[in-house]
Design a protein around this ligand. Structure first.
Ligand SMILES: Cc1cc2nc3c(=O)[nH]c(=O)nc-3n(C[C@H](O)[C@H](O)[C@H](O)COP(=O)(O)OP(=O)(O)OC[C@H]3O[C@@H](n4cnc5c(N)ncnc54)[C@H](O)[C@@H]3O)c2cc1C
Length: 562
């Protein structure tokens, strides 16, 4: 397994030229964010990611977390790495200063988090207890009980699949648990949110007795072996002592604040693993000698010279850069939604973020899986052998399109809550912004820009037609819309990624004409955007046909015909 090297050059480019770091730094509350500070943070986090987290990735995958008598032992080196992580203040990067955090905006924490996830996807802690055996995608079915007792509650029930539900990294674990009070209404309107610590905490902050919550076992899984996935039992004896967050029956609403942040963060996992898989495949393609060059001669050459291997590497690189650009642009909009001086500006940015969350989550994770799979293909047989590490990226990536809401659930959210409910208003604003970029491409010189424009224009038309079709069809044939929801999410991901690649190409061309900066980087940016246009954006019109015409085929068979 090759060690991870943070792609700081591309990160800096996206932050400055596409996500508008300088504008974020002008927002009230973000004044401390200078380009210099961001540069230092990226350098330091890159050192930690490459020097501490990345070397643990493979051995920790082999060792896995181990369960014994209710306790979980994380793999060798994790405890020490976590200590350093906390000592460096990395766990509190985004937290408000009043709670000991550094209060840095999302635009700064996002590339840092991308690095941690590239280096080692299994080092995350913190627990969200939603899932139960009968309640997965459908949280209306949550059964865990919460019974009021004075100023607190007693919690009884079982939660499954809880990431880091138990571990040995920190002295206490705070669980956020969804449960129902005895007289709560049915469904999602009767769910409350509770804080349930592993150890009770005294008024002076001291650690007290063990709470009535235990880890019954951990799962054996396809990937993220070092991350313990726990079955949690609450209230086996007297009931686990928990404290209500906010008001009763509003738990899902509160949890959604955390879930939206988590969905964005899981989208970053797709990007991060794509980056790591690309680095690994690129290194291998430069070293592996096989077959003669098509241009002639007897010498066998590194496989990077063969057009199909190039195609695979370009598809990995182009999609990774597109995912990064979109994610960082959305991170900047989160900061604007929070810090923008006027209410209207905050609301506009929040609407954009709301629309983009299912796209960043669903598209980046599905694409991360594809990219990790292509990474295996670049290795040939060695990709299938664990020794190279390429297989681990695919195994680890596979969970990302499942947890925090499967791709199907993200796509339902996108077509229903985010598009149909508001008559496609925000989506139309986004496609209008894309049309403005298309117009700029029209005035830019050169074949690459002309070809990017042509593919982008057709892709925007495909997106616009789908949005209009969804708005019209949702009310009278909801199943038809949902039948094409995942292909639509993919289309939107491809087009939004293409939007950012087109913007990147325009900036690169401008910088080249000014004769400033890294010529080779800017030239590569334009060529990569051209590849994205020819190989990815061209998929959008075909997806449009699948979405608009394909529903009948999806539901055509009776259940007995399967
Ligand atoms: C390693 C791991 C870690 C996890 N960590 C956590 C955690 O920390 N906390 C936590 O609470 N949970 C966690 N989960 C649970 C995870 O969030 C759920 O597995 C996920 O939400 C899917 O639920 P499910 O497994 O019950 O699948 P189901 O809901 O049974 O879904 C099965 C299939 O049906 C589809 N489906 C279901 N409903 C619909 C619908 N309405 N429309 C279209 N398709 C639908 C799904 O897309 C999927 O393809 C974790 C799971 C794993 C495997």
């Amino acid at each position: 397994m090759s060690e991870y090297k943070a792609p700081i050059r591309d990160m800096q480019f996206v932050l400055k030229e596409l996500a508008g770091l300088d504008d974020i730094a002008k927002l009230p509350g973000c004044e401390e964010v200078t380009a210099e500070l961001v540069g230092q943070i990226l350098e330091e986090s890159a050192k930690f990611a490459s020097g501490v987290l990345s070397p643990l990735n493979k051995p920790a995958d082999e060792e896995g977390s181990k369960w014994e008598n209710g306790e979980v032992r994380t793999p060798k080196g994790f405890k020490e790495a976590y200590k350093q992580f906390v000592a460096g203040g990395w766990n509190a990067l985004q937290a408000p200063a009043e709670y000991g955090g550094q209060d840095l905006p999302k635009i700064v924490s996002t590339p840092v988090i991308e690095m941690w996830k590239s280096a080692n996807l299994s080092t995350w802690t913190g627990t969200m207890n939603l899932t139960e055996p009968q309640a997965g995608s459908d949280l209306a079915l949550v059964k865990t009980r919460a019974v009021r007792e004075g100023d607190h509650y007693r919690i009884y029930g079982q939660k499954i699949f809880i990431t880091y539900g138990e571990h040995d990294l920190a002295e206490n674990i705070v669980h956020m648990v969804l449960a129902r009070t005895p007289d709560a209404p049915e469904g999602v309107r009767g769910i409350s949110l509770f804080v349930v610590p592993k150890f009770l905490v005294g008024k002076d902050g001291s650690r007290g007795a063990r709470n009535d919550v235990k880890c019954a076992s951990i799962e054996h899984k396809l990937g993220i072996h070092a991350s313990p996935t726990a079955v949690m039992i609450y209230g086996e004896k007297d009931g686990a002592l928990g404290h209500l967050v906010g008001e009763e029956n509003r738990g899902l609403e509160y949890m959604f604040i955390m879930m939206n942040a988590a969905r964005f963060a899981v989208g970053l996992e797709g990007l991060a693993l794509a980056e790591r898989a690309y680095q690994q495949a690129l290194g291998y393609a430069k070293e592996r000698i096989q077959s003669r060059d098509l241009s002639g001669g007897d010498k066998v050459v590194p496989i990077i010279r063969h057009p199909d291997v190039r195609r695979m590497l370009m598809s990995m690189k182009a999609q990774t850069e597109a995912m990064r650009a979109l994610a960082y642009v959305v991170a900047a909009a989160m900061d604007e939604a929070h810090h923008y001086p006027d209410k209207e500006g905050r609301a506009r940015n929040q609407a954009f973020v709301d629309l983009m969350i299912p796209i960043v989550k669903g598209w980046s994770t599905e694409t991360g899986i594809d990219v990790a799979s292509t990474g295996i293909q670049v290795h040939g047989g060695m990709g299938f052998i664990e020794e190279t590490g390429a297989a681990q990226y695919l195994r680890d990536a596979r969970i990302t399109s499942i947890y925090e809401g499967t791709t199907g659930i993200q796509a339902n959210d996108l077509v229903g809550r985010k598009i149909a409910r508001e008559g496609g208003a925000t989506a139309k604003e986004v496609t209008n912004a894309m049309r403005a970029v298309e117009a700029q491409l029209g005035s830019a010189a050169g074949d690459d820009m002309a070809e990017i424009r042509a593919a982008f224009s057709a892709a925007i038309t495909a997106a616009e037609e789908c949005v209009s079709w969804i708005v019209v069809t949702y009310g009278n044939d909801i199943k038809a819309v949902h039948a094409g929801a995942v292909p639509f999410l993919k289309l939107m991901g491809i087009v939004c990624g293409g939007w950012q690649m087109a913007r990147a190409a325009l900036v690169a061309q401008r910088r080249l004409s000014e004769g400033k900066g890294d010529k080779s980087f800017y030239e590569a940016k334009i060529k990569t955007a051209r590849f994205y246009a020819d190989h990815l954006l061209t998929q959008a019109p075909a997806l449009r046909n699948t979405i608009v015409r394909g529903a009948a085929g999806v539901m055509a068979l009776a259940e007995e015909q399967f």
